[in-house]
Design a protein around this ligand. Sequence first.
Ligand SMILES: [Zn+2]
Ligand SMILES: [Zn+2]
Length: 213
Amino acid sequence: MFDLSIFCGTSEEPRSYLHTPWIERGGVAATDGHVMVFVESPQMVSGDVKDTTPKAMIGKMDKFLDLEFSGNAHPLSGIDIPKLKCPMCEGSRFLVSTICEDCNGEGEFQHGAHWYSCQECEGDGKNHVAADKGSTNSALCPYCSGIGIKKFADSDPYVKIGEVYVAPNILTRVNTLPNAVLYVGDDPGGSVTFRFDGGRGVLMPLDMRRIKK
Ligand SMILES: [Zn+2]
Ligand SMILES: [Zn+2]
C-alpha cells in the first residue's frame, strides 16, 4: 500500500487542497508543489483520498502525467541520499508534547512593562520529545507534518544526478516508492520524471541560481 500523505503539502502549505491526495484519471495524485506522485490504482492507496480533483488543479496534472520518460535512467537505489531528519521528531514522525513548566504554557513572561519569550520552550508554551508511533499521547509532528524529514534549507547538502541538483527531502520521499527510477535529461532546470512499481511522478530540481551557499 502507498501512503501518499508524505507527498502532500504540510500544514504550513496555504493551498489546503494540496493537503490530501485526490482521484485523477482513475488513479490517485498527490503533490506539495515540488514533487508529484501518481498511483495507478486507488485500491493501492491508504488513508484519506478526495474523490474529485480539486477545482484549482483541474487540467493542471495532464502536462505532468503525459511527460515522456526521456534522458538517462538513474535507479534511486544507486544514489546516496543525505539523511536529514526533522530536528523536532528526529525522524520518528511523532512527538509527545507537554506543557512547559517554566512558563505554564504561556510561552512568555512579563517582567515590568516588558514581555520575554520563554527560553525553555522557545516561546512555544510546550516542550516536545520525539516518540515512537503509538506511544501514549503522541501526535504527528506538526513541524514536518509527520513526514519525518527536515525541510530543505539552502545550506543543506543537495544531490547531483546527471545535470540536475535535487533536494534530499524530495529524494528521501521518492525512495519510499518501490523500485523508483529517475529519468534525467540535459536541461539543468528541466523537470525530472520518475517511475516506480505502480505509478509515476515528476519532481522539480533545485534552481541553483537562487541557492545561496
Ligand atoms: Zn518532525
Ligand atoms: Zn516555556
